[in-house]
Unconditional design. Structure first.
Length: 307
């Protein structure tokens, strides 16, 4: 039960990301918010995760894998992908609203992750995965046509940003799956992702205006986005996954787009056209089908969770 609550709480925290940015101070940019979030959150996540990994190593009798070039490159890829995810995701929410952009990003992520897995392994996807992919694709298209601020249709650049964020997570999901299959501890893998994203984001600090961070609302937003939605959320999510099947975890992560949509509509006053609402329903059906089809403890297809 505690593992279920941990993953569900993490999904809810992830779902507050777009609304937190929207309620922040004026004068921010997607890149600046993403950089601030990951410098703070990535550093905190790395510290917490590496401490937990060290504690696990002291009590584990399993042989430790060697840090060769391949796992090092995979860990670096997760850090870069998480850093890239941030400005793309916030670009989408800025142009098309929290509800639409979050659902597009999360709806495209498992589809793109499965396609990347297929490209890398040449393993034919299951009929259930293909059915879920078809539903999710239709849902994303409907959202792109009928979604967006004021229900006037989604901004194409915002849609591309959200899909790009989904693609970034697809890279993370596949790289982490290979690291875990090679025997790496989950917290080591997550800690490496946090550290890598913090380092990559730090390189962008001289090129972004972070004056808004000194404002009370800017500081609160940065700390919430970094500590709550990255460090705390990923720690709870990683711990919770170790006690759940893939199907249960995938279903629980649907709490993230639900949270984002509710906050976008109720708190930010966003509006959706009938076509966009239909798209949400179709996309939810696709994600639910994907979760239902992930019935094995070690399902080869990663499921989506916001970074």
């Amino acid at each position: 039960m505690l593992h279920v609550l941990a993953v569900l709480a993490a999904a809810v925290l992830f779902g507050t990301t777009g609304t937190s940015q929207a309620l922040g101070p004026d004068g921010t940019t997607p890149l600046a918010v993403g950089v601030a979030r990951m410098v703070v959150g990535g550093s905190a996540l790395a510290l917490i995760a590496f401490l937990l990994a060290a504690r696990h190593a002291r009590t584990s009798t399993a042989p430790r894998p060697k840090l060769t070039a391949t796992p090092l490159l995979l860990m670096a890829a997760t850090g870069v992908a998480l850093a890239v995810y941030q400005p793309l995701f916030f670009l989408g929410t800025e142009r098309n609203g929290v509800a639409v952009s979050t659902v597009i990003a999360l709806g495209s992520a498992p589809v793109l992750a499965g396609l990347l897995e297929w490209a890398l392994t040449r393993r034919l996807p299951s009929p259930i995965w293909m059915s879920a992919t078809a539903l999710a694709t239709v849902g994303v298209v409907l959202l792109g046509v009928g979604g967006g601020a004021e229900s006037g249709g989604a901004d194409p650049i915002g849609v591309l940003g959200a899909i790009g964020a989904g693609a970034s997570f697809a890279v993370i999901a596949n790289a982490q799956r290979r690291l875990l299959d090679s025997g790496w501890d989950a917290f080591t893998v997550v800690g490496a992702m946090g550290l890598g994203s913090a380092l990559v984001s730090a390189l962008a600090l001289p090129f972004v205006d972070l004056a808004w961070v000194l404002e009370p609302s800017g500081l609160v937003m940065t700390l919430w986005l970094g500590l709550a939605t990255i460090a705390v959320a990923y720690t709870m999510f990683t711990w919770g996954l170790q006690g759940l099947t893939a199907a249960t975890a995938a279903t629980l992560t649907l709490g993230e787009p639900l949270t984002a949509a509710i906050l976008g509509l109720a708190v930010l006053g966003e509006q959706l056209s009938i076509l966009a609402i239909v798209g949400l329903v179709v996309l939810a059906a696709g994600l639910a089908t994907l979760a239902w089809g992930s019935r094995r403890t070690r399902d080869p297809r990663p499921f989506a969770v916001e970074g």
